[in-house]
Design a protein around this ligand. Structure first.
Ligand SMILES: *Cc1c(COP(=O)(O)O)cnc(C)c1O
Length: 403
């Protein structure tokens, strides 16, 4: 291979290692669940986004198996050619019902949804407003759109309002936000954002990847949790987190969906999802409806874990979500806490820049209904030992990594 490239790769990777930013994904030898096998060790998993344990649910597995038997393994073409299996129609009509919208449209992944949809909703002449902590797929899609991009400080509606006022009348305005921020687990000020967008006749695209299935009395997501129904909202979500599968979606008016089908490049120029995935995604929507006890169990774990962490001296906010950040500061400290837990047979990887801003490295704990209360207690026990050890070290000087 090219010497110039080899040198570039080696130097860059060495730099990452020195700054404690190098990454190498671990290999799991079992499916995701509360426990898994990694490098010959049985470990407790506290980092999956399978919040309801649906990735291992018998109904989803059966739906996938049946679909393979009936339909085979691949869609064979883009949906606009011959890949638009009736499984899509069934899934999308259930999805629209789930989101209380006229229509819905399913894409290959959440990432592909944003990359396709945002450039369709905002072009060169338009303005996109994006929360500074939005997911990377939103950031990339905003760049791809070539719209004028205004990044507003996390959750700051006042600044957003000022920016929107300045730009008003010069182009269409699209506001994009995570509903539940993926690395912090906090909620966007959705009520205020809806109000602003209604006032400015703007669109509000909400990415409910971490809300769908988890929040709201029917698992409808963050907007249901907050009791918001607004005509200015375009719902986006994924099947890849609490719904235990893969795929992204947009839900909104039939007019919007018709427009997106005709313009979205990630839909037009990419092969449809495999039948197994379409079928298991649909089964997931059914389980969300028929097994509310999973959501209640998760909510209870969230309460126990958040209050338990607070009792240990960690600064943990009151958010209702299963994403709990333990911010420790440097990448090195985050790695050391992750290593401590690893040695206790608990897997929570360190989250470091560029995934999170410099100086905010953390452990991102995510809890699931697949866990038992005993698992939650085991995590708290391990962190109690860590906090105790860190306190002793602080007195004796030397090791960092206190909560
Ligand atoms: C995971 C995630 C996505 C991307 O979804 P995939 O289906 O994994 O591609 C988009 N937005 C947010 C907030 C996410 O957490």
């Amino acid at each position: 291979m090219s010497e110039i490239y080899n040198r570039r790769f080696e130097t860059t990777l060495e730099g990452l290692r020195q700054r404690h930013l190098h990454r190498a994904p671990r290999v799991l030898d079992t499916g995701v669940g509360s426990e898994t096998r990694i490098s010959g060790r049985n470990v407790l998993l506290f980092c999956s986004n399978d919040y309801l344990g649906l990735a291992g649910h018998p109904a989803l597995k059966a739906a996938a198996r049946d679909a393979v038997d009936e339909w085979g393994t691949g869609a064979g073409a883009s949906r606009l050619v011959s890949g638009n299996l009736s499984l899509y129609r069934d899934l999308e009509s259930d999805l629209a019902r789930f989101k209380h919208t006229e229509a819905a449209l399913v894409f290959s992944s959440g990432y592909a949804t944003h990359l396709g949809v945002i450039p369709v909703l905002a072009g060169r002449e338009d303005f996109v407003y994006s929360d500074s902590l939005n997911h990377a797929s939103i950031v990339d899609a905003c760049r791809l759109s070539r719209a004028v991009l205004r990044v507003y400080p996390h959750g700051q509606v006042d600044t957003l309002e000022r920016l929107m006022k300045e730009d008003a009348g010069r182009g269409n305005q699209l506001v994009v936000t995570d509903t539940v921020f993926s690395m912090d687990g906090d909620l966007a000020p959705l009520q205020e954002l809806c109000g602003l967008c209604e006032r400015f006749d703007a669109l509000l695209l909400v990415d409910d990847a971490h809300g769908a299935g988890v929040l709201g009395s029917n698992g409808g997501g963050a907007l249901e949790h907050l009791g918001i129904r607004s005509p200015t909202v375009v719902h986006m979500g994924t099947f890849s987190k609490a719904l235990g599968g893969l795929g992204g979606f947009v839900a909104g008016s039939a007019l919007l969906v018709d427009y997106l089908v005709n313009h979205t490049r990630t839909l037009i120029y990419s092969t449809g999802l495999p039948p197994a995935t379409l079928a298991s995604n649909r089964a997931a929507l059914r389980v969300i409806e028929s097994e509310p006890q999973r959501r209640l169990r998760l909510q209870n774990h969230v309460r126990v874990l958040r209050s338990g962490l607070r009792a240990l001296g960690f600064s943990v906010p009151e958010d209702p979500t299963p994403i709990i950040p333990l911010q420790v500061g440097t990448a090195e400290k985050a790695l050391s806490l992750a290593q401590f837990l690893w040695e206790e047979d608990i897997f929570v990887p360190a989250i470091r820049p560029p995934t999170v801003p410099e100086g905010t490295s953390r452990l991102r704990i995510s809890v699931s209904a697949a866990h038992g209360l005993n698992h939650v207690e085991r995590l708290l026990e391990a962190l109690r030992r860590y906090a105790g050890q860190a306190a002793t070290c602080r007195v004796a000087e030397g090791c960092g990594g206190a909560p």
